[in-house]
Design a protein around this ligand. Sequence first.
Ligand code: HEM
Length: 506
Amino acid sequence: MAIEPLLDADDIQGHIIPGYADADLRLLAIRGADDVALKALIRVLIESPLGVTNMRSAFGLRSARKLFLQGVGPEPDDPLRLNLALTRQGLDRLGFAALSGVDRAFDAGMTGLSTGDPKQPLRADGSLEPAHPSNWVIGSASQPFDLLIILACKRNIRDRTTDVADLVREASGISVIYEEFGEDLPNNTEHFGFVDGISTPGIYGEFEESDRKVPITTRYGVPSANGLDFGKPGQPLVWPGRFLVGAPSFEGDEGEIVNEIFKNGSFLVFRRLRQDVAAFYEDTDKMAVKLADKLGAPKINGTLLRETIVGRRQNGQPLMRPGEGPDSPLSINHFFYANATPSINLNNGEQVTGTTPDVRGQRCPFWAHIRKVNPRDGQNDLPEEAQNLQMLRRGIAFGRSYDRQLPADDAKNLEPRGLLFLAYQREIGDQFEELNTHWMNQFEVPAGGGHDLLVGLTLSDDGRLAPRRADWPSSQEQLETPRTWVFPTGGAYLFAPSLSGLKLLI
Ligand code: HEM
């Protein structure tokens, strides 16, 4: 096991590490009239009794909640949490235009080119293309903003954040140009009905607490394998320098020297992704009937096709693990693709059964969402880097659930819904853009055989959204999606400074 770096728990924002898995969010995107107005607002927020939530208090809360869930502690309070991130425009407005070059993609901003979003603002029939950046509800050149305020708590987010939202709205020279709530759906699912938030990288490192050192990622005694150490089974440890500016990126690394404003900060990708639930179910049901007919395989149905597209069953059980699941939270992510995964005994006494490999993508195809974005040990075109591309995903659903008992054109079902995709990393170009644009949107990579049918976007020659394709495992049959079920309607590249970085900025 590597020698662990020490992280500054008082300085790093708590939404980056460890994140707020159990909390709902309120997002406010702000534009300041000038540097004075923006600085004044940031000052009010960081100096308010609420203050910016750091890693230490987020860990304290998480540990207290764990004890409560184990029945050995009282129910912890549910404090309101506050975090902040700036766009490139926001940094420039504060007078730091010269501070560039720390992350190339952040400096360039989220452009259609870097994300593979449609190039045409109109569809072929002349109607508006909502996925084109000029039609987004937030972000892009048409709706730029300076600062993203992230408020979080477990219960009553709407009522409990009213005062802060009012304070922001009433601040002089400040416009709130976008506001949205992210609220957990039942059983941690996303709008298509699949459990989300299962697989997330672990982080090497410790922080000091009352004279002892606490690991950032709990170790469960998983033996090292394929050159990787693990926290939970299936949770490889990654160096903190892949998420935090200036932190070590390999054993013995002292971290890069950067301006203090960037140190201990992290780059945040925000994508407001709308999900068309009716189209997803309607199209996959039809595609499955066609495929079953062609292959003479009546077992293929909409449910199986949807699970194959995700790579997990709705309850989170990966197609790579035997049984319908769900396996226990500690077993559910224990699998590789190219190598067999051994049965192991964890240090808490739990036994985790192993899995056999799937080198050719017959159980979980190369194009399944989870295999596209994390090929683990499997074949891929960036084998040295694959593990280091992962991000700290902090996404949450927005909008009310789709009601399948009501007609698709019922007013409730027509409301917008989707995922507020939020993910922290060190290099947007080498992490988010590799997964999103290089892998999800393309047929051939990481391992060939199909686009990411769930989330990937492909464009036709004229820059409009086009059907995506994938080869059904062990057959010549090709699937083609008639429509896109997930499409961006907003987003931005941001930088979440450390608490000391925020003070330097104002
Ligand atoms: C509305 C859009 C999306 C939906 C519905 C969705 C859904 C899911 C689901 C159900 C899982 C399995 C649960 C888990 O392993 O945590 C998952 C995993 C994952 N998704 Fe997405 N996702 C979306 C967008 C994205 C985007 C834009 C990216 C990155 C570019 C992404 C990256 C990942 C990653 C890295 C994993 C974990 C894979 C693993 O380690 O096995 N997702 N997603």
